[in-house]
Design a protein around this ligand. Structure first.
Ligand code: SAM
Length: 321
């Protein structure tokens, strides 16, 4: 049976003549094939209560053994080196303690880019790609425009936009110096550091004269008392500063709505991520601040995910409701 072959443990053997081994200890560590390692990791993660053991074990194996998804399919009997096996063992142990995969492998794919991730920044989420998708619809490929990302974190949102709009320039603001260091590294790795400035600040507090064509933000929006009941991956490993939206989760939007309208150019657009049940409250805050054409955009799971709108063009009165 084919699986009998796949699951056979393989000992790495030193085939050099004895004379050639003098002075170097024989490596007795036992290792395994890729598919065997994947199966064993998957079983351990499942037993630890991890939500997606198959995907997570594959991602950990790819990183530990420096192989691609294609290698796993086309070369499943390739043997891990003892060092790779040891690395995988450490990765699986960390994941079993519910550390996120992104923190273990140090990176996360977002939209069409790969960003470095540490425990100092929120791991970018697929639902946040709704902001990028919508921003790219607003500005044509060759258009020169300015984008401000408030609470830039790893830089995922603004970098994904800049990567696809070569004439655009960005500014990322975060209150966390550690987060800014990660964003800086990501901008350099993507060769976008020439078009992204980064600034430490409390939302728009340091931006006096600047005005932007587009403002994006994924602020902290989880109600404080909800945080204790979140999955350990989020509760214990994501920065509190990236999660905690105050007693009702809306603290950041109360500040951001008027501040975003202040720093937008007339006619400029904004896109802010929201929790699935916050659409009505956040829309109200932006309408009260004088925003125009306020609408809610859903994510792929059909949940309310982004509040979008614009600042009235010059010449139109800024009416409040
Ligand atoms: C939910 S994370 C979003 C990170 C990133 N934009 C993303 O979508 O993956 C929110 C970010 O807002 C930052 N933040 C929290 N309070 C802030 C404030 N008063 N001023 C600026 N940034 C703040 C946090 O440090 C964190 O990086």
């Amino acid at each position: 049976m084919i699986f009998g072959k796949i699951y056979r443990e393989v000992e790495v053997q030193d085939r050099r003549p004895l004379a050639g081994r003098r002075g170097r200890p024989h490596d007795h560590r036992v290792t395994s094939t890729l598919v065997q390692a994947w199966t064993s990791a998957r079983q351990r993660l499942k037993a630890a209560g991890v939500d997606s053991p198959a995907i997570d074990s594959r991602l950990l194996l790819e990183a530990a053994a420096d192989v691609s998804r294609t290698d796993l399919i086309t070369d499943p009997y390739r043997t891990l080196t003892p060092d790779q096996a040891e690395t995988l063992e450490a990765f699986v142990a960390r994941r079993a303690r519910r550390e996120p995969v992104s923190h273990i492998v140090g990176r996360k794919g977002f939209w069409k880019i790969m960003v470095s991730v540490t425990s100092q920044v929120l791991t970018p989420r697929p639902e946040t790609e709704v902001i990028v998708d919508h921003a790219l619809r607003l500005f044509a490929e060759t258009e020169a425009f300015s984008v401000l990302d408030l609470g830039v974190g790893s830089g995922a949102i603004v970098l994904a936009i800049l990567a696809e709009r070569p004439a655009a320039r960005g500014l990322g603001v975060d209150v966390s110096e550690d987060a800014l260091a990660v964003a800086r590294e990501n901008a350099a790795n993507l060769d976008l550091n020439g078009r992204l400035a980064l600034l430490r600040g409390d939302w728009t507090a340091g931006l006096d004269g600047e005005r932007f064509d587009l403002v994006v933000s994924n602020p902290p929006y989880i109600a404080t008392e909800v945080i204790a009941g979140l999955d350990p991956e989020v509760r214990d490993h994501e920065p509190r500063l990236a999660l905690d939206g105050g007693p009702d989760g809306l603290d950041a939007y109360r500040r951001l709505a008027p501040e975003i309208l202040r720093v937008l150019k007339p006619g400029g657009a904004f896109l802010v991520e929201i929790g699935y049940d916050q659409a009505a409250a956040v829309q109200s805050l932006f309408l009260d601040a004088g925003a125009d054409r306020v609408e809610v955009i859903k994510d792929l799971a059909n949940r309310d995910r982004v509040v979008a709108g614009s600042k009235k063009p010059l010449g139109e009165s800024v009416a409040t409701r």
